[in-house]
Design a protein around this ligand. Structure first.
Ligand code: ZN
Length: 136
């Protein structure tokens, strides 16, 4: 597979407003988008640093994946997303090398990116996401 850069780092927060405040007022970054991803039960806030983004994730339900993550592990880094050339080929390649997939084929994520997750069981505990930007 071909990975060009880290597309974003996903960070689970309890309160999006407080998270945005830290990244804007302390780190001096600018939140350029807030988006709700209904099927993931999250509200996201994005910051850009070069080609890489920080994605803050606040759960809209305790039953959602971020709600469960925070209950189990508390706030913190939730996942790392790599920008890949061909997402479905990359997912298939990982599967062919014995990595369990959460998403067997890509689906639409925040910002209209095609995304897919690898299972953290096979990635040393780091929830790993592939992203392909087909918006252009
Ligand atoms: Zn992500």
């Amino acid at each position: 597979m071909e990975i060009s850069h880290i597309e974003h780092i996903g960070i689970a927060v309890k309160n999006l407003e407080q998270g945005i405040k830290f990244y804007e007022e302390v780190l001096g970054l600018q939140c350029y988008a807030i988006e709700e991803v209904k099927d993931q039960k999250v509200k996201t806030a994005f910051f850009k640093l070069g080609q890489t983004k920080i994605e803050l994730l606040e759960s809209t339900s305790p039953e959602g994946p971020i709600g469960k993550f925070i209950e189990k592990k508390g706030e913190g880094i939730h996942h790392i997303a790599y920008a890949v050339k061909d997402i479905n080929a990359s997912l298939n390649e990982a599967a062919s090398k014995g990595v369990q997939l959460i998403d067997k084929t890509s689906r639409k994520g925040a910002e209209g990116l095609d995304i897919g997750f690898l299972h953290p069981k096979n990635t040393m505990g780091v929830l790993t996401e592939f992203c392909e930007d087909n918006n252009q």
